[in-house]
Design a protein around this ligand. Structure first.
Ligand code: SF4
Length: 639
């Protein structure tokens, strides 16, 4: 069915068994010295067992402390080479090829430890940078070139099948390539021939140190999407030069950190959004081209190959969401696949919070090394109150471990507030997760009682061994004068179209729900003003998602008042207070409230009275995001 995806293909001398590639993604699970850990090895091994053809690791720094994140892999001594041999051995045993990415983060280097490596072609920081980098001298440039080659040689010794030179995303090499960052006037700056010099010297040094038969790939940002940044016109030339220099594959990405929504695309961006960039590169080179960017389904991946837009498909987050994606596709078990929903909460969101990479839909990701054995020693009867995503996750995990699970859901469907969260523009893919949970529950034969609210009396009668409470949350309207007026409407009622907004709407609350509802209303034609009490909107929202929301706010000409409190709602006015000044918003026909939600948990105190072991999870414990709710569901199921 997906024949092209499973056709083997060579990158240089390396034969890859299929076209499914895991591109480099930071896990932050190396030791502080840069060695592989059991956690990191188990994570890659799990994917190799799942059938991925080629796994590219997160970057190996060319020297200590040159990473974007405080933790990175390293291979500058024999001890480190030994630690990574176990990684390559286990990935090979599981049937995949493994390549290592090599990097210096340049002006994006993490400066928490020291800023000595905060270097760049020119002494200017990017708009998202905090400190100006130091301009590299020509001698220093030559030295760094050699470090790339040394790193590649050591990676080959550790058993890697290939290396990938990381020349994308606004790190050191791409800073040299791009007019956006490179303001030099010597032989490394100015015209494209000069800006390419650093990369081409690195390629030559790497090839000299690993031998001509060892595959070398280069990852490029094909288009940087910043003013003056790399454009396709220049990248075509770079790709061609790389092929002439003996590079064996071009791995196409795009963007730089300042516009990181182009690197790790949130759900607002279309699937396959950047494949035309790789198609342009494919037109000018004869070596394999890898593409990436929100390609999360087999049919999408196959269509990219069929259209001749790339030779390999990078499916990073799809591999986090479901490490068994290739096997499931090959065996035609598409309904078993758990799809990446583009939430960016667990993966890049985790990294940006300084945590390991996680996955919202796959709580086992990154915890492969510590998973308890299935099944449980003593099967129990577990009752779960609430069939939202947290309750369903608990039910799936508990049932998988052999417990007898009964799931009580007071409505006629599963998914809870997740179903409403999926209604704003571009969020529909959230529903694939509910679909997957329903499918798993059915496969596991979980007893689901719809239209049934679990009560204390039912527990007293049924004697379950444990009860998990996942009864979710409900939105509230703050007690503001006028908040009981008929034109004051909850955001949920707008999204579910139970109520209609007028032409001139004030949205109270600039968190994710408020902004998403504002976008929804704008799409349906309303003029929208957002009023947020805090000093900024979208606090707590992931960076990539936030960048997209801010763009939508700008594109739709919404007005935003930050640090402003709603004091009174009149018949057609809303009075707000900002910095001690009252402002009256006039001609308002609808006020939409997105001021937060409160946990719903009346059952816990009742069950505690009768001594039943109870675990409260998700929003019914504390209202947070999906990542926290699903993780708690998963843990409760295991416990
Ligand atoms: Fe995809 Fe979200 Fe998982 Fe990241 S956390 S891999 S975006 S589902």
């Amino acid at each position: 069915m997906y024949d092209k995806l499973f056709e083997p293909m060579k990158i240089g001398t390396m034969e890859v068994k299929n076209r499914l590639v895991v591109p480099a993604m930071s896990t932050l699970t190396a030791t502080p010295e840069g060695a592989s850990t059991e956690q990191l090895i188990a994570y890659h091994e799990r994917k190799a067992k799942g059938g991925w053809g080629l796994i590219i690791t997160e970057y190996f720094g060319v020297a200590p402390n040159v990473g974007f994140f405080p933790k990175m892999l390293g291979i500058w001594n024999d001890e480190l080479i030994e630690s990574h041999k176990e990684l390559t051995r286990r990935v090979h045993t599981a049937g995949a090829k493994i390549a290592a990415q090599i990097s210096h983060s340049g002006r994006e280097t993490f400066i928490g430890v020291s800023d000595e490596n905060l270097v760049a072609p020119s002494p200017y920081r990017d708009v998202s940078g905090e400190k100006n980098p130091r301009e590299l001298t020509v001698d220093e440039i030559k030295k760094i070139v050699g470090l790339y080659g040394d790193t590649a040689r050591n990676l080959k010794k550790a058993g890697f099948d290939a290396v990938e030179i990381y020349a994308a995303h606004g790190y050191l090499i791409s800073e040299f390539l791009s007019k956006y960052a490179n303001k030099r006037t010597d032989e490394y700056g100015g015209c494209l021939e000069n800006r390419m010099r650093f990369l081409l010297e690195i390629v030559a040094d790497v090839k000299a140190k690993v031998g001509k038969d060892f595959p070398v790939m280069v990852r490029l940002s094909t288009v940087e999407y910043v003013p003056g940044g790399l454009s396709m016109g220049e990248t075509r030339v770079i790709a061609k030069k790389l092929e002439e220099a003996g590079v064996d594959a071009i791995d196409c990405s795009q963007g730089i950190f300042t516009v990181s929504h182009n690197i790790v695309e949130p759900m607002m961006l279309d699937n396959c959004v950047f494949v035309d960039n790789s198609a342009e590169i494919k037109k000018v080179v004869n070596i394999p081209v890898i593409t990436a960017g929100r390609i999360n389904e087999a049919c999408l991946a196959e269509s990219v190959l069929e259209a001749g837009k790339a030779d390999f498909i990078g499916m990073g987050r799809a591999s986090l969401a479901d490490p068994d994606f290739p096997i499931k596709v090959k065996e035609g078990r598409l309904e078993d696949i758990r799809y990446c929903i583009g939430c960016v909460q667990g993966c890049i969101g985790g990294n940006m919070r300084g945590e390991n990479c996680h996955c919202l839909v796959n709580p086992e990701m990154d915890r492969e090394y510590e998973l308890p054995e299935n099944p449980a020693e003593t099967p129990k009867t577990v009752w779960i109150a609430g069939g939202g995503v947290a309750g369903c996750e608990a039910a799936i995990v508990a049932a998988n471990r052999g417990h007898h699970v009964v799931l009580f859901e007071k409505s006629d469907r599963l998914g809870g507030t997740w179903l409403i969260a999926a209604l704003p523009p571009h969020k529909t893919e959230l529903l694939t997760f509910v679909g997957w949970q329903k499918h798993e529950l059915k496969k596991l034969g979980v007893d689901i009682r719809y239209n049934t609210e679990l009560t204390k009396e039912m527990v007293q009668e049924g004697h379950p061994d444990a009860v998990i409470i996942a009864t979710g949350c409900k939105p509230f309207i703050p007690p503001i004068p006028g908040s009981d007026k008929p034109h004051v409407i909850q955001a949920n009622d707008i999204l579910t179209q139970k109520k209609k907004a007028g032409e001139n709407v004030v949205v109270m609350g600039g968190g994710s729900v408020g902004v998403e509802t504002a976008e929804f209303l704008s799409w349906y034609g309303s003029e929208v003003t957002i009023v947020e009490m805090l000093d900024d909107i979208l606090i707590g929202c992931e960076r990539e998602t936030m960048l997209m929301h801010r763009k939508a706010i700008k594109d739709e000409n919404m007005k935003v008042y930050k640090g402003a409190k709603v004091c009174e709602i009149g018949d057609d006015t809303v009075t707000i207070e900002k910095k001690g000044k009252k402002i009256v918003l006039e001609d308002v026909d609808t006020v939409v409230v997105a001021a937060g939600s409160k946990p719903v948990n009346t059952l816990e105190p009742e069950l505690s009275e009768i001594g039943v072991p109870v675990k409260v999870i998700g929003d019914s414990k504390k209202v947070r995001n999906g990542l926290a709710a699903i993780y708690e569901g998963y843990m409760a199921g295991y416990e």
